[in-house]
Each structure stands twice: as structure tokens, then as C-alpha cells.
Design a protein around this ligand. Structure first.
Ligand code: DAH
Length: 343
């Protein structure tokens, strides 16, 4: 009986200092397990006189259920304690300021591309994008570019093999569209990347973007071209702008012109941006050369057309005042952030 009492006291002390569920489990196993002291007391029964056995057995059973009740109660207490400390350690402070999401911006070249595209879609143009790799036939031959033209030199173009190259201008798309459309009228813009074997500097890049415009049909004249380009220049640079045509030469147009817009920085008075002239060159254009029409399958006696090719980087540089073409491709986030306001 003394031993029972001793065991009870010893257990009470141990359970009251128990701090965790795993400690409690160890305690349960050590006292109530098969090799534990309670089971040990049971084994003493066989040596007791017969009349004492029932009383002793009852006492040991009482102790056993008492200990397991204490363990259950302690378990509830410890579970609650562990839950509270978990809640405490994972507490979220809802008064802390949130982290600002780092939202990207639309790249200025995409802004420019979309602005140009939207403007021409509004005028009823269809958008056609061709392949970056083109046959020499469409890049040069059909564009009336003679065999000895410098663009055909391996030094200026990026050839894949004898006949195929990375297109040097979107005029290559124009030639494919003409062949596929003849003898029907055409009204398309063809935006896309172009490639040249150039050394990169502030105004040159081995890869940049152009947008070709092409209209073919009956009585399409140079004044249609002028009206179209004036509309474009005013949409992009402001309604007060003027344009002027300067005679030029491109093999695929006749007559050919270079188109200037009145300077949007000084308003035409003369400044560093327009090199003091009041005018800024924006693109090349002209009436589609009758030879080009004929090679594509049109009858130049019946139809005529105009074409223009505009540099998307060049337009973006002028519009947004960017002084180095390399900014577009070097992924400087500070540069990109400048364009949030134009979206
Ligand atoms: N293909 C010319 C270039 O890359 C640009 C160009 C000029 C396109 C006149 C045209 C055009 O369609 O009529 O420099």
C-alpha cells in the first residue's frame, strides 16, 4: 500500500512539471506501459495472502485509472497551451503596411507599334506580318534592287544560306503581299523586325523594327500618299504639324520621296533636335515602281500604288525624346518606368 502511495506521489510530481505533449507521452509509457511500475505492482499480487489480493488489486486498478485520467486532463491542457503558443508565434500584424507589387510597363516600342497600328486600322488597313527569314527574291529581286546593290553584299545583310536571309526591310513583306494579291487591290501595313549587319551605336542597331505601308488600286496617286502621311504625322506628333516631301531614290518606288515633319520640339524655328532646319526626316516613301507591280502580276497600265516604310524605333525616339537606340534593348528598369505615363 505504501508503494502505491509512493508511486502516486512520484507521478503527481512528474506530471505537474511536464511541459510538452511528447514529454507527457513518455511519462504515460514509462508508468502505464507493460514494463512500467503499475504493471510491476500487479505482479506482486501472486505473493500476497489470498484475502488481501482483492483489496490490493482494486487499489492498483484505482491507481491505474487515476493516472490515466490525470494524463488525459494534462493532455487537454498541454494541447491548448501548444495551440495558443502557435497562434501567438504566427500572429499576423494587420496594421503593417503591405508590400507594393512591382508592376511592369508597356515597352515604348510596343506603345509606338500599337499607336501606329491602331491609326492605320482606323483608316481601314489590314495588318500583315511576314516571316523574319525571307528568300532573296522577295527581299531584293522583286523590290527592283539590282544585283550590284550594296544591300545584297554579305557585309550588309545576314544570310542564312545562298538564297535565304534575315529580312533587311519590311519591303520584303510588301513583295510577298503583292504577289499573293495580284490583280486585286491592296491596303495593308506590315510591321516587323528587320536585321542588318551594322555595328550598334546611338543611332544604329543590328536589329530594329519597321512598318511598311502599301496601297494598290486604280488611281492611287502621290497626293493620296501625302494625305495619309499628313494624317499619320499629326496623330503622332500633334495636329499643328506640317509635312514636306523631298525628292529621293528607292529602287522600288518611282517617284521616291523622303518625308519630313515640322519639328515638334521647336515648332519649326530651328533647334538641336532638327539641326536648325525646323524639319525632321521621318520616313521614305513613293509611288510603287511599275516594274515592281509588273513582277508581282499587276498591270501597271491599270493600277498604281503608294508605299512607305517607317522606322518604329525612329518614331519612338522622336516622339518620346530618346537619344540612344540602345536604350530600347538594354532592359534598364529606370528607362522602362519613364513610359508609365504614356499608357
Ligand atoms: N525599305 C526602305 C528602307 O529599309 C524603307 C522604304 C522606303 C520603304 C520607301 C518603302 C518606301 O516602302 O516606299 O530603308
Amino acid at each position: 500500500m505504501n508503494e502505491i502511495e509512493q508511486l502516486r506521489q512520484e507521478f503527481n510530481e512528474k506530471i505537474s512539471s511536464c511541459q510538452s505533449l511528447s514529454e507527457l507521452n513518455d511519462l504515460r509509457v514509462s508508468y502505464l506501459g507493460k514494463k512500467g511500475p503499475v504493471q510491476g505492482l500487479m505482479k506482486l499480487m501472486k505473493d500476497l495472502p489470498k484475502e488481501e489480493k482483492p483489496v490490493f488489486g482494486q487499489k492498483v486498478n484505482c491507481l491505474k485509472s487515476e493516472l490515466s485520467d490525470l494524463i488525459d486532463a494534462k493532455k487537454v491542457e498541454l494541447e491548448e497551451k501548444e495551440m495558443l503558443s502557435k497562434i501567438e508565434s504566427e500572429k499576423i500584424d494587420i496594421t503593417l503596411p503591405g508590400r507594393k507589387p512591382n508592376i511592369g510597363t508597356i515597352h515604348p516600342l510596343n506603345l509606338m507599334w500599337e499607336e501606329l497600328e491602331d491609326l492605320f486600322i482606323g483608316l481601314g488597313y489590314q495588318v500583315i506580318e511576314g516571316n523574319d527569314i525571307v528568300d532573296d527574291l522577295y527581299c531584293f529581286e522583286r523590290a527592283n534592287i539590282p544585283k550590284d546593290h550594296p544591300a545584297r553584299d554579305m557585309q550588309d545583310s545576314l544570310y542564312i544560306d545562298e538564297n535565304n536571309l534575315l529580312r533587311t526591310h519590311t519591303t520584303a513583306i510588301q513583295m510577298v503581299v503583292l504577289e499573293q494579291s495580284a490583280p486585286n487591290p491592296v491596303k495593308v501595313i506590315c510591321p516587323g523586325k528587320v536585321y542588318r549587319r551594322d555595328d550598334d551605336d546611338a543611332t544604329h542597331s543590328h536589329q530594329f523594327m519597321q512598318m511598311e505601308g502599301l496601297v494598290v488600286g486604280e488611281n492611287i496617286s502621290l497626293s493620296d500618299l501625302k494625305g495619309t502621311l499628313l494624317f499619320m504625322a499629326r496623330k503622332i506628333f500633334g495636329q499643328d504639324k506640317q509635312i514636306r516631301f523631298r525628292p529621293s531614290y528607292f529602287p522600288f518606288t518611282e517617284p521616291s520621296v523622303e518625308v519630313d515633319v515640322s519639328c515638334h520640339v521647336c515648332g519649326g524655328k530651328g533647334c538641336p533636335t532638327c539641326k536648325g532646319t525646323g524639319w525632321i526626316e521621318i520616313l521614305g516613301a513613293g509611288e510603287v515602281n511599275p516594274n515592281v507591280l509588273k513582277m508581282a502580276g499587276y498591270d501597271p497600265e491599270k493600277v498604281s500604288g503608294f508605299a512607305f516604310g517607317v522606322g518604329i524605333e525612329r518614331m519612338a525616339m522622336l516622339k518620346y525624346g530618346i537619344d540612344d537606340i540602345r536604350h530600347f534593348y538594354t532592359n534598364d528598369k529606370r528607362f522602362a518606368d519613364e513610359f508609365k505615363r504614356f499608357e
